[in-house]
Design a protein around this ligand. Sequence first.
Ligand SMILES: *Cc1c(COP(=O)(O)O)cnc(C)c1O
Length: 365
Amino acid sequence: MKVPFIDLQRAHAPIKAELLAAFEKTIEHGGYCLGPDVTAFEAGFAKEQGVSRSVGLGSGTEALHLIACAMGIGPGDEVIIPSFTFIASAWFAQYVGARVVFADIDPISYTLDPAALEALITERTKAIVVTHLFGQAADMDPILELAASRGIRVVEDAAQAHLACYKGKSVGEIGDAGAFSFYPTKNLGGLGEGGCVTSRDGELLNLIEILRAHGSKERYLNHYVGYNNRLEGLQAAALNVKLPALRGKTERRQQIADTYLNGIQHPEIVLPQVMGWGRSVYHMFTIQHPERDRLRSYLAENGIGTDIVYPHPLHLQPCFGFLGYKVGDFPVAERLAQRCLSLPIVPELTDEEVNYVIEILNAFQ
Ligand SMILES: *Cc1c(COP(=O)(O)O)cnc(C)c1O
């Protein structure tokens, strides 16, 4: 049996006719950069996500970038960022010339360790970026409490966390702003690049709407140094087709995770834990094993696709060499990078495939 790690073909083949019909409509009305499809998607996504409003952008990376711009973060400022996340979380600070200050993660939730924060805060700290990694909401309360007491903004990187909640509240609006990605492999993905910003702060969103279109409030009158960073009409059209299925697809991910959690029984495999503050939406189902690479080859030999998300903690990335971090600085992140392995969890997997993965894993010697 062959079990793919990701299979976009399987996700899109059943809705191909609907997608093409939506594209036809876009071609008829001609709203390619913003336009009616984007307006409809911004409202639809906000409703589904349980937040007040969303602003559609060119990517999740640019969502983070424009939040930093709109918050006025820049040279001389410091931003605390977990070392174990996708690189774009760190671009938040780097793109605007602020200093990236890495922090270790919690060994159980794999999200920013609130206990690590206090010692990293200085009078220059302007923001803390929290990644809801693998679909698991970070432990927000202690982070928000500390940030509020020091006047620091909290930004949620929710690129992997569509529909995730923390203590019953939807991610994206718990901190000061949230960034979502609609990259094709995300829990909600378009047929190309896309992203959005969410926030309770309407003024911040208004500014991001201006920044995404060349900093212009009025045609050819530019109030700010802006960007070309709009969500495209065709992407929004595809996302509008896919949005109604997001909840069901998320539940299917959680069902597959339950099957893995109940079925995988192996003395050396560490399973992801279910956190009491909110169920993961399982963008990834990531296990740990001391001989990760040997396990990965064994699974590949048995037709099972996996991925290493992520093999390098950010403080050891060559691009951040100038920051002077070294091996040993963030032991939890470093250990996870060496031991983590993500199993197939796309909602299109069949029960037979999921059970096959369990059977093969349990037989690993
Ligand atoms: C995917 C991702 C991003 C970036 O989103 P893009 O749309 O690919 O630019 C940022 N942060 C995290 C945690 C991600 O997984």
